[in-house]
Write a protein that binds this ligand. Structure first.
Ligand SMILES: O=P(O)(O)O[C@H]1O[C@H](CO)[C@@H](O)[C@H]1O
Length: 292
């Protein structure tokens, strides 16, 4: 029924990877964190770490992008058991879309209930500045429009339903919690909310593309996160995601600015501390089955 090109992992494959990890650590994570480009410092916040290199984990892809260390870190954040991906996978690395999202299913089978994803993104919204933190309230899945969705292939009901809803992809209570925490920490001046648009990359966008995406309703553009969100929601985990606006998308033919990965990593470094404080405070306030 499905073409031979389907490259997904079975429930049993995912179970085997999760069991392999669970056998080697006593940590039973309830929160899973994904670090975006240059934001790997989030993982260093975990106490009593048990660390696995991606190359040692059965079925796991390898990180190939500068700024993504390629380590899965288990530990506790202010007493709460967490697992953190220090490095994620992207479509442009050449992996099948099911492979770049595999860690979300592993998270689920490890017992994770809430996923917090971070990314570096270009700001399309003209009010946004470099260094702003954007709470993601919705997304535009451009590869999805072209038929590239991580749920393509046979559906295993043990993960979720064939046609999952995405109008509630980004948990509203967690968005509010992030806003409250950000304001409390004094980040109000650089805290925003908006719509994230994913493209395949790795080339950055043309000026015409940026203008088009902005007209379509996107506030920020990047090359990740959305595929992970779809898979995480499919298997019933709550999702919160934020973008660090690392550069302004070039929208003007008179501009001399050029998007580049070095600027992305540099902005990550500059905002790392605030991002870490915001995420760690959120984690302490997320209840296992409710929010306090
Ligand atoms: O989305 P993350 O992983 O943060 O990385 C972003 O930064 C890279 C471009 O500089 C791209 O991979 C883009 O998606």
């Amino acid at each position: 029924m499905f073409p031979e090109s389907h490259t997904g992992y079975s429930y049993e494959d995912c179970r085997a990877t999760a069991d392999w990890l669970l056998a080697q650590t006593a940590v039973r994570p309830v929160v899973g964190i994904v670090c975006g480009s240059g934001l790997g410092g989030l993982a260093d916040m975990l106490k009593d770490q048990v660390v696995f290199n991606y190359r040692d984990i059965p079925n796991f892809p390898q990180s190939t992008v500068h700024g993504h260390a390629g380590r899965l870190v288990f530990g506790t954040l202010k007493g709460r058991p967490c697992v953190c991906m220090q490095g994620r996978f992207h479509l442009y690395e050449g992996y099948p879309i099911q492979k770049i999202t595999l860690p979300m299913r592993i998270f689920k089978l490890l017992g994770v209930e809430t996923v917090i994803l971070t990314n570096a993104a270009g700001g399309l919204n003209q009010d946004f500045k470099v260094g702003d933190i954007m709470i993601i309230k919705d997304h535009l899945n451009m590869p999805g429009f072209a038929g590239n969705n991580p749920l393509i292939g046979p559906n295993d009901e043990r993960f979720g339903v064939r046609f999952p809803c995405m109008s509630d992809a980004y948990d509203r209570e967690l968005q509010q919690l992030a806003m409250d925490v950000g304001i409390e920490l004094g980040y109000g001046d650089f805290l925003r909310e908006g719509v994230y648009c994913v493209l395949g990359g790795p080339s950055f966008e043309t000026i015409a593309e940026c203008r088009m995406l902005h007209k379509l309703g996107a506030d920020a553009v990047g090359m990740s996160t959305v595929h992970e969100v779809i898979v995480a929601r499919h298997c019933g985990m709550r999702v919160f995601a934020l973008s660090l606006i690392t550069n302004r998308a070039v929208m003007d033919y008179d501009s001399e600015e050029k998007a580049n990965h070095e600027e992305v990593l540099e902005t990550g470094k500059q905002r790392a501390e605030q991002l870490e404080r915001m995420v760690s405070t959120m984690v302490t306030r997320i209840g296992h089955n409710n929010y306090s």
